[in-house]
Write a protein of this length. Structure first.
Length: 282
């Protein structure tokens, strides 16, 4: 039932991408990964978001195999880490990611963070991987408007996805508007603010009016703004709860009340700083 109602977004390169996905950051051992992926599969998630930097591509690949999920039912995203950027390094690291994930193609490959020294070389490797059909879609993560504008000065292919931190305390409306204008789909990472926003009284009130959890209200808010989302949980009940968001609607006043919670509060690094220092901090 949930499955039938789950929307897909059309990317500028013609491919489609599920609007709801599952983030696997911090899922660190095989048993936990298998339990989470089995629960996600049962709840109708198809998109799985990992990264070279998470160190869990291998256990994710093994989970897909052990659970015998057909490759055609999966949409797999991984991201090239800062240390693997550059033309040759990117190509080599993606080859390794494919092996670890036990697949011969990726649905989406993202540059994890912009870094200045390898900015264009990494993207040139991405364009080659797409041309060779090793990767269906190419995109970026943690790019601000200036990074996107700069990339466009030399790119042959434009990114079709920009995965950015986004939750009620960091709504980033100007960047979302810019992404839309450039036909880039914005995908929210830490869509629940890593739990930071879950105690908010405004959200609690809206949740009680709908008899839904605060997490469901936040995820529904993202969906109605047109964002793709990749909430993470290792708890099967919460995994299912986070997918049950397609059978109710927030009204305009509720959408506005949530938008007003923005306080530009990051849980992760600031991309402008990472671009300069070439690694994440905190
Ligand atoms: N591109 C990037 O730079 C970047 C950076 C960070 C993350 N990401 C991606 O985005 C994904 C999601 O982000 P995230 O993991 O940082 O944060 P998140 O999804 O916003 O929040 C995850 C936290 O919320 C809890 N949670 C999940 N569902 C809940 C619910 N229904 N009720 C109460 N608590 C709930 C989880 O705990 P339990 O597990 O105990 O349920 C976990 O502590 C990551 O897994 C990763 O794939 C990308």
């Amino acid at each position: 039932m949930t499955e039938l109602l789950q929307p897909k977004l059309r990317l500028a390169d013609g491919h489609t991408m599920p609007q709801l996905g599952f983030g696997v950051y911090k899922l660190a051992n095989q048993a936990t990964m298998n339990t989470a992926i089995a629960a996600a599969n049962r709840s109708g998630y198809h998109l799985f978001d990992t990264a070279q930097a998470y160190g869990n591509e291998a256990i994710l690949g093994t989970a897909f195999k052990e659970l015998a999920i057909p490759r055609t039912e999966l949409f797999i995203t991984t991201k090239v880490a800062e240390v693997n950027q550059g033309y040759d390094n990117t190509l080599r690291s993606v080859e390794r990611s494919l092996k670890l994930l036990q697949t011969d193609y990726l649905d989406l490959l993202l540059v994890h963070w912009p870094i200045h020294s390898q900015f264009f070389e990494t993207w040139r490797a991405f364009e080659r991987l797409k041309a060779e059909k090793i990767v269906r879609s190419i995109g970026v993560s943690n790019y601000h408007q200036t990074h996107l504008d700069y990339l466009a000065t030399r790119a042959n292919e434009q990114p079709v996805v920009n995965q950015i931190e986004n939750h009620p305390y960091l709504s980033q409306e100007p960047l979302l508007a810019y992404d839309r204008k450039q036909q880039i789909v914005s995908q929210a990472w830490s869509p629940l603010g890593r739990g930071v926003v879950l105690q908010d009284p405004v959200l609690a009130k809206i949740a009680s009016q709908h008899q839904r959890s605060v997490a469901q209200i936040i995820l529904r808010w993202h969906i109605q703004r047109g964002l793709a989302i990749i909430p993470k949980s290792q708890n099967p009940q919460r995994i299912s709860e986070n997918a049950a968001i397609f059978d109710f609607k927030l009204d305009a006043d509720e959408m506005t009340a949530i938008a007003r919670l923005n306080r530009r509060q990051r849980t992760g690094a600031d991309p402008e700083v990472v671009y300069e220092i070439e690694h994440q901090y905190h």
